[in-house]
Write a protein that binds this ligand. Structure first.
Ligand code: PMP
Length: 363
C-alpha cells in the first residue's frame, strides 16, 4: 500500500535514507551473526534468574528510578548509583544521550555527531533519526583511531557527541589508550561516549579515562555476556549529566522482570558470568587459530567475535555459509576495504567446529 497522502510531508526527511534494523530472519541451525554469547549459564543459574525475575505484583508499573538495579550496577562498576542511567539495552541509552544533547552549536545549522567507520551502526541511525549530522572518520589500516583525522573532524563539525566503541564492533579491536586519550582531549567541549559493550572479553577498561576527563561517559551492557534477552544497558557518567539525561528517559523504561533479573545477575552470578566470558574468550582464540590455518585473515580481537578477511567477496561467502545453515554478518555492502570482510560471533565449541568445516569449503 502507498503511504497515505498526508504522511510524506510529516515524516522527517532523514527517514528516506534510513533502513529499519532488521536481523536476518529464518531458521539457521548455527547463528553466529548477532554477538550474543552462547548459552553457557548453568541450569541452576537459569532457574535462579527466572525466580528472581518474577515481580511481586504483575499489576504495578516497574520502579521508575530502577534504584535497586542502579545500585547493583554501581557496585559492579565501582561507581555511585547517581552516576548511572539504565536503559533498554545500550541502544536506548544512545538514543537518550542524543535526545538530550541535540541542541545546535552556536553558528551551526544542525547538531552533530562524530564517530569512526566501520563501527556500531546505531550511533548513526539514532543521530540521523534526530536530524543530527554524522561525520565518520575511517579507522586506520590496523583498525585503530586516526587521531589527526578525528581532531580535524571535531574542529570542522564541532560535534555534540563523539562515539568511540572499544573494543569496537565490527573490528573487535581495543583502541590504543594514548590515541583514545588524544581524541578525548581534542573533543574537550563535546561529550565523548566510550562504548564498552564488549569489555567482558577485553584485558582493560577505560573507567580511568572517565574519572580523569569530565567530558567522558562510558556505556556498558549485559547483552554480550549471556543476558541479551533482558535488554539492560547503562551509561556511567557525571551525576550532573545523568540528572539531565534522566529528564528525557521514559519513566517506566525498564520492565520489572528485567530490572530484577539483572540486579540478581550482577550481585549473585558474577562468578558464572566471568566463567562464561572466559570460555568464550578461549573459544575465540581456538576459532581464530582454526580460521588462520585455513588461510583467512583474522584481526586480533578483544570481543566475543572475530573480524575476518576472506579471499572471495564476503557477500558470496556469506550466502554460501547461509545456504549451509550457518549465519554470520557480512559487511560487503559498504564496499571498499569491507568488501572482503565478515564478522563471526564466537559460538559453542560444536557451532565453531561446524563454522570451520563449512567455511573451509567456501571462503
Ligand atoms: N554498542 C555496541 C558497540 C554494540 O555492538 C552493541 C550491540 N550490537 C550495542 C552497543 C547495543 O547493545 P544493547 O544490546 O545493550 O542495546
Amino acid at each position: 500500500m502507498p503511504l497515505p497522502d498526508f504522511l510524506p510531508a510529516l515524516l522527517r526527511p532523514e527517514l528516506a535514507e534510513l533502513h529499519a534494523y532488521t536481523p536476518v530472519a529464518g531458521h539457521f541451525p548455527v547463528r553466529l551473526d548477532a554477538n550474543e554469547s552462547p548459552p553457557l549459564l548453568s541450569a541452576e543459574a537459569r532457574a535462579a534468574l527466572a525466580r528472581a525475575a518474577a515481580p511481586e505484583d504483575w499489576g504495578r508499573y516497574p520502579d521508575a528510578r530502577a534504584l535497586d538495579l542502579r545500585e547493583a550496577i554501581a557496585a559492579h562498576c565501582g561507581a555511585d548509583p547517581d552516576e548511572i542511567v539504565a536503559g533498554v539495552g545500550s541502544d536506548e541509552v544512545i538514543s537518550i544521550v542524543l535526545t538530550a544533547l541535540s541542541r545546535p552549536r552556536q553558528g551551526a545549522d544542525a547538531p552533530s555527531v562524530v564517530t569512526v567507520s566501520p563501527t556500531f551502526v546505531m550511533y548513526k541511525l539514532s543521530a540521523r533519526a534526530r536530524g543530527m549530522r554524522v561525520v565518520e572518520v575511517p579507522l586506520d589500516a590496523g583498525w585503530d583511531l586516526d587521531v589527526a583525522g578525528l581532531a580535524r573532524a571535531v574542529d570542522f563539525a564541532r560535534p555534540n557527541v563523539v562515539f568511540i566503541a572499544s573494543p569496537n564492533n565490527p573490528t573487535g579491536a581495543l583502541m590504543s589508550e594514548d590515541r583514545l586519550e588524544a581524541v578525548v582531549a581534542a573533543a574537550r567541549d563535546a561529550l565523548v561516549i566510550v562504548d564498552e559493550a564488549y569489555i567482558d572479553f577485553a584485558p582493560r577498561d577505560q573507567l580511568a579515562l572517565l574519572r580523569k576527563h569530565p567530558n567522558v561517559a562510558v556505556l556498558r551492557t549485559l547483552s554480550k555476556i549471556g543476558l541479551a534477552s533482558l535488554r539492560i544497558g547503562w551509561l556511567i557518567g557525571a551525576r550532573e549529566l545523568v540528572a539531565e539525561l534522566d529528564k528525557v528517559r521514559q519513566p517506566y523504561n525498564l520492565p520489572t522482570p528485567s530490572q530484577r533479573a539483572a540486579a540478581f545477575a550482577l550481585r549473585e552470578l558474577g562468578g558464572e558470568l566471568r566463567r562464561a566470558a572466559a570460555a568464550v574468550t578461549s573459544e575465540r582464540e581456538r576459532l581464530a587459530a582454526g580460521l588462520a590455518e585455513l588461510g583467512l585473515t583474522v584481526a586480533p580481537s578483544h570481543a566475543n567475535f572475530l573480524w575476518i578477511g576472506t579471499r572471495r567477496p564476503a557477500g558470496e561467502v556469506f550466502e554460501a555459509l547461509a545456504a549451509r545453515g550457518v549465519l554470520v554478518r557480512s559487511f560487503h555492502a559498504a564496499g571498499g576495504r569491507l568488501a572482503h570482510r565478515l564478522r563471526i560471533t564466537v559460538g559453542l565449541p560444536e557451532e565453531n567446529d561446524r563454522l570451520l568445516a563449512e567455511i573451509a569449503a567456501c571462503a
